[in-house]
Design a protein around this ligand. Structure first.
Ligand SMILES: Nc1nc2c(c(=O)[nH]1)N(C=O)[C@@H](CNc1ccc(C(=O)N[C@@H](CCC(=O)O)C(=O)O)cc1)CN2
Ligand SMILES: Nc1ncnc2c1ncn2[C@@H]1O[C@H](COP(=O)(O)OP(=O)(O)OP(=O)(O)O)[C@@H](O)[C@H]1O
Length: 190
């Protein structure tokens, strides 16, 4: 949307992320994987990092007490999720992001997940998130407005993506936690 006041902020936050070199990104991904691993179990949705996002593949090395899943685009700008292990088949979606090549009947609904590692461009201390602007996560996890149970939504970002306060929209689904290379951020109440 050309008039979305968040667009300028998205460009600024994207530039901050691109300023990090590959080494810093890998180190951040490893630190975040190490910090989160002990708390993970069941079905865990990750993502295939693109555009300088925090890489999560560190989660897949070493012992794993959870089933790692990747998002799969659905009609209506929603997401479902597919278990994925290194070596499993991938196809590119319309944004050029690899996703598992599974029959629709094998995909998991968002409600079936235990933890969701949510990619973000920006976050604030209240657990509000700025994403790429498609509303995919907000739409898919809108049920969290009604009940605060599982899945646990964990934003994944670099510390430099924190802003003082994001303009919150009605449809924003707040994060339960944000993980950065500098540690875990527990959202504060207003
Ligand atoms: N790694 C990763 N996977 C993800 C997301 C994400 O943010 N990161 N998503 C999080 O939602 C979903 C995909 N959402 C996306 C939304 C917009 C664009 C994008 O590039 N938009 C272009 C416009 C392209 C077009 O409309 O054809 C743009 O903004 O310039 C990409 C992915 C699911 N998978
Ligand atoms: N629950 C919902 N139902 C219908 N539309 C929604 C819902 N949540 C978000 N949207 C729509 O999605 C659009 C994009 O939302 P927003 O800018 O918050 O995306 P985002 O969180 O940055 O993106 P993403 O989750 O894909 O990374 C908005 O125009 C909004 O109207």
């Amino acid at each position: 949307m050309a008039t979305d006041p968040r667009q300028g902020l998205r460009a600024e936050l994207r530039a901050r992320r691109h300023a990090l070199d590959a080494r810093a990104r890998m180190a951040a991904g490893q630190a975040i994987a190490d910090a989160l691993r002990p708390s993970l179990g069941g079905y865990v949705a990750g993502y295939w990092a693109v555009d300088g996002e925090v890489p999560l593949l560190g989660l897949l090395s070493g012992p794993q007490d959870f089933v790692y899943c990747l998002p799969v685009l659905q009609p209506g700008k929603r997401l479902r999720f597919a278990p994925w292990r290194a070596g499993d088949a991938l196809v590119q979606n319309r944004f050029g992001i690899p996703e598992p090549d599974l029959q629709p009947s094998s995909l998991l609904e968002p409600e079936a997940l235990d933890h969701v590692l949510v990619p973000l461009l920006g976050f604030d201390g209240r657990g509000h998130r700025l994403g790429t602007g498609g509303g995919y996560y907000d739409r898919s996890f809108a049920f969290r407005h009604q009940h605060r149970g599982a899945p646990r939504l964990v934003g994944i970002g670099y510390a430099c993506q924190r802003v003082e306060r994001l303009p919150a929209a009605d449809w924003d689904v707040p994060l339960d936690l944000v993980a950065t290379e500098k540690g875990l951020v527990e959202p504060a109440q207003d």
